[in-house]
Every structure is written in C-alpha cells, then in structure tokens.
Ligand binder design. Sequence first.
Ligand code: AMP
Length: 209
Amino acid sequence: MDLVLLGAPGAGKGTQGALLAEKLGVPKIATGDMLRDAVRQGTELGRKAKQVMDAGQLVSDDIVLGLVRERLSSDAARGAIFDGYPRNVAQARSLEGLLGETGRRIDAVVYIDVDDDAIVRRMSGRRTDPDTGVVYHVEHNPPPAEVADRVVQREDDREETVRHRLEVYRQNTAPLVDHYRQAGVPVHTVDGGQPIDAVQGEILGLLGK
Ligand code: AMP
C-alpha cells in the first residue's frame, strides 16, 4: 500500500499518518520529521534546511528526493504512507518515477480538509516532544505530566509563519489534488475538523480497511 496524505499544514496528516502506519503495518515517510531530525543532529543538510524551514518556505526538491529515495530502498521497500511529501507537482512526478522503478504506484490519496482559521488555532496550541516526536495540543490532546516540561513549540508554528505556510500550501501543494485525480488515482476527501478518532474511522472506511 502506497498512500499519500494531502492537506494544509496542521490538518492532522502527522497524527492520522502515525495511526494509519500502525494499523496498516507500513512506515510513515514524513519529510518534515526527517528534516527536523537532520536539523537536531546538526548535519550539513540540516544546516541548509533550517533557515528555509523556519521561514515557512519549501526546501529544495533535490534534498527531499534524496531523503525519500533512501527510505524506499530500506524500511519502506514494500509500501509507505507519505505525509508532507510530495509538496508540489515536480515532487509528485519524481515520486512516481521512484516508485515505478520497482513496479509500485500511489494506490490512493487521502485529502484532509480543514479551514484556515481552524488551522491557525490548532497550530498555536501545538507542542512536540523533542525526544519522541509525538505531537500534542495544549487543549485537545494535552501532553501527559511526565513530558509536559520538555514539550516545545515548533519555530514555524508561530502565527505569521503559519499564514505564510498556508499560502505556500495553496500555491504549490493544493494543485496535487487535481494532479492525482487526472492521473486516475482515487482521491478521498475527509472532514479534518472532526475529532481524531472520527477522522481515523472515516479514512479506514474509505480505504476499505
Ligand atoms: P511539515 O512538518 O511537513 O509541515 O514540514 C515542515 C517544513 O519542512 C516545511 O515547511 C518545509 O520547509 C519543509 N518540508 C517538509 N517536507 C517538504 C517537502 N516535501 N518539500 C519541501 N520542503 C519540505
């Protein structure tokens, strides 16, 4: 199963992707998580990516392609859930090429739909545990006491950066919905404004799982 999760930043791709990965037994490939790891480890790639990420822009297609290529030949050799990748039509074409090398293709796309104001409210309350990468929300999914004093707000979750990321999303990533429809890939839309469990249930239902 190769599945692409589409949706604005903060729509819940990371949360739903993690639940789906567990349920379907395939790894999640989240380029944003991989880039943040590289930043934390202080690698050369991480140093290059940090400024771009903090400003809410997209890092270069080559960088993310390299990250994804490595995963497709290792832990994700038999399927993956793509979260935050592809981010534009060029990346979608590269991914099609990469998967095609081993006879794979995108089986389905899930588009998680959430309106902009709800996204801005969500992002400002979002907190991440830097040790585990688990994402919480101060109101809707508060971090448990044992991790509460180490959770952090992402640099790019500040309101003006979120608004910029939404713009980048609209220009670059939103066109992928049509791209996949035209390519004949089933695109399932879910209302991402519902509680986490309800969204998950709807996605599994749409995928027939
Ligand atoms: P995310 O966690 O998916 O919201 O990604 C955080 C940031 O990482 C984005 O705002 C971009 O700067 C960068 N990033 C993540 N995935 C990609 C991608 N596929 N292409 C370009 N930049 C990306």
